[in-house]
Design a protein around this ligand. Structure first.
Ligand code: ASP
Length: 598
């Protein structure tokens, strides 16, 4: 070994020891005769002091530049009291080298490593190995390691077996597009990368493992959106002979413990609140609400049923709703503030945003007050529990449009009014989802989550008569407005699984071709089973308090899904394509040619 001690580990108690260190030049200060080098390794930084009385060692320090790799042997000594650096864990000591060797030189890095700098993301990712040298960047990756290690130990202690499932498989639908991998040995045939190990983990339950988990890579070819990545890691687990509360209870215990250990004092409510899907949509207009603040949606259709105000009357007559959010103490929102909230509401499909404010003293200020009776205004006030000083923001539309638009308004208010307290982790479960949603364009039902979710036993007859009313045994874990994971108690009988597939429009032949293995396995004593897939990336994001998913991944893609460091994706040799039995379309050819000419 070139070193016997880590730079970052040295403390006052090491004074007097002779140590061998190796690492990178973090910073170098030349004070004429005296040269100081901060040497950095994976444990931290320590100061080296080079004095002119050892000319050959001093000469190496003189030549060294930032990010060069040095090995030194030297004596640890206490710093003079006035030079102690309380910001460094090693700040009480320094090392006086008696030998120093350059192990490698370095070009000048394209950005500062020794101070936090606002560097263009593409440059950071092109030189990610340098970016990862920055202590504040590396810290997050190490925290991720600690969390993952804790998860593993937590599950081992509860009898889970960690099992890897293959990544070259057949399509496992989770509602995204598949990434396909052509198979050279059989041109025209493709593997799909797993959108999740769902089918395989069910097969592991059929196999009798009872408690499985894996930190699984899942691939979903989706359109790029902030914080969506094509491949993500999820804690994927499955258990036999359990019901919803067993899986939810286990995850709740795990996440509570993670937040306690790694959350830096973050606050969470325990037990996690459980919301029914319909109630949740009614109150928040979305199935992954941010529960750090109120501003709930209230249905005010009832007091307006007889209104002569045409905007509301026509919506109500058409079966729509009038919904409102009360914003306490904001009767003084300016015209401009309200105009911009109106634009946000329109983004959700609303035609506008009506407002009623109760000024201190009781006066009502509202552009629509003149169209409403005092009883109607009073009805709105009672329903929303508005007081003097409050404002009520109103959308009248189809139920879904009203819910979505007011969700966007609520979300914006959460930001604007500073209600999204970063020290709170507001976990919650959402349950009671419909099993199926109708796809009018395709004239068929589709699974609201994945097609393997079970349903309430008492709802089974509804599969024939009214499939839209079947309630699934799905549970979603949400936190601070994000979906952190989801799972369900599964279907474990072939006939039920086939029934769901047939409602989704699959013929017997298609079912066999796509899901034959699972359907067969369900006939060989498949136990009752359930599990969850819980995203690791978003959990770490919440713990470190970043809203950029790339911060928590060692080698992330850019926001348009590419890797500028490796230069991936890239065109391949025509020979490779030929072997795979593939040809580029003229459009793809042009794309490759144009990129090459750039
Ligand atoms: N397969 C699901 C997913 O990846 C998780 C689960 O239901 O266990 O979202």
């Amino acid at each position: 070994m070139l070193k016997d001690t880590y730079c970052g580990d040295l403390r006052a108690s090491d004074a007097g020891r002779t140590v061998r260190l190796a690492g990178w030049v973090h910073r170098r200060r030349d004070h004429g005769g005296l040269i100081f080098i901060d040497l950095r390794d994976s444990h931290g930084i320590v100061q080296l002091v080079f004095t002119p009385d050892r000319p050959e060692v001093h000469a190496v320090a003189d030549r060294a530049r930032v990010e060069w790799v040095l090995a030194v042997e030297g004596e640890v000594r206490l710093r003079a009291p006035n030079t102690v650096n309380p910001r460094l864990p090693t700040g009480e000591v320094e090392v006086v080298p008696i030998r120093c060797e350059v192990l490698n030189e370095s070009l000048t890095p394209p950005f500062y490593i020794n101070e936090p700098a606002d560097v263009d993301e593409r440059v950071r990712l092109t030189y990610r190995y340098l970016d990862l040298r920055r202590p504040e960047v590396a810290r997050v990756i190490r925290l991720r390691h600690e969390v993952v290690r804790f998860i593993r130990e937590f599950l081992y202690a509860r009898g889970f077996t960690e099992i890897e499932t293959p990544t070259l498989i057949k399509s496992t639908p989770e509602g995204a597009r598949d990434f396909l991998v052509p198979f050279r040995h059989r041109p025209g045939y493709f593997f799909a990368l797993p959108q999740s190990p769902q089918i395989l983990k069910e097969l592991l339950m059929v196999a009798g493992f009872e408690r499985y988990f894996q930190l699984a890579r899942c691939y979903r070819d989706e359109d790029f959106r902030a914080n969506r990545v094509a491949e993500h890691t999820q804690l994927d687990l499955e258990m036999s002979f359990v019901d919803e509360s067993d899986v939810m209870g286990l995850i709740e215990e795990l996440y509570t413990e993670i937040a306690r250990r790694f959350g830096n004092g973050r606050i969470l409510q325990s037990p996690f609140p459980r919301l029914d899907y319909f109630d949740c949509m009614e109150r928040y207009g979305i199935d992954r609400p941010d529960l750090r603040y109120g501003l709930e949606q209230v249905d005010i259709t009832e007091p307006l049923r007889g209104t002569t105000f045409n905007v509301f009357a026509s919506v109500i007559a058409a079966g729509g709703v009038v919904k409102a959010i009360r914003v306490p103490g904001k009767a003084d929102f300016t015209r401009r503030e309200l105009d911009s909230l109106t634009e946000i509401a329109k983004g959700g499909g609303a035609k506008g945003l009506a407002t009623i404010a109760w000024l201190p003293g009781g006066e009502v200020r509202s552009p629509i007050a003149k169209f409403l009776t005092p009883a109607e205004i009073d009805g709105i006030r009672m329903r929303t529990e508005a007081c003097e000083g409050d404002i009520v923001l109103i959308v009248a539309d189809e139920r879904e449009v009203a819910a979505r638009s007011l969700h966007l308004v609520r979300d914006e208010l959460g930001d604007r009014l500073g209600l999204k307290d970063p020290s709170v982790l507001a976990f919650a479960w959402v349950t009671g989802f419909p099993l199926l949603e109708w796809r009018p364009e395709e004239g068929r039902w589709d699974a609201m989550h994945n097609p393997f979710s079970g349903f309430r036993p008492e709802d089974e007859p509804l599969l024939d008569t009214d499939p839209g009313r079947v309630v699934s045994r799905q549970y979603d874990l949400v936190m601070n407005g994000q979906e952190l994971g989801g799972g369900s108690i599964r279907i474990n009988k072939r006939a039920q699984q086939e029934k769901v597939f047939s409602l989704m429009g699959y013929s017997k032949e298609e079912m066999e071709a796509r899901f034959g293995a699972l359907l067969r396995a369900l006939e060989y004593g498949a136990p009752p089973m359930g599990g969850i897939g819980a995203g690791i990336d978003r959990l770490i994001m919440a713990l470190v308090g970043t809203d950029n998913i790339r911060d928590v991944i060692a080698f992330p893609k850019t926001s348009n899904g590419t890797d500028p460091m490796l230069g991936a994706p890239s065109p391949v040799d025509p020979e490779q394509l030929r072997e795979l039995g593939l040809m580029l379309t003229p459009e793809a050819e042009r794309n490759v040619r144009e990129a090459a000419e750039l």
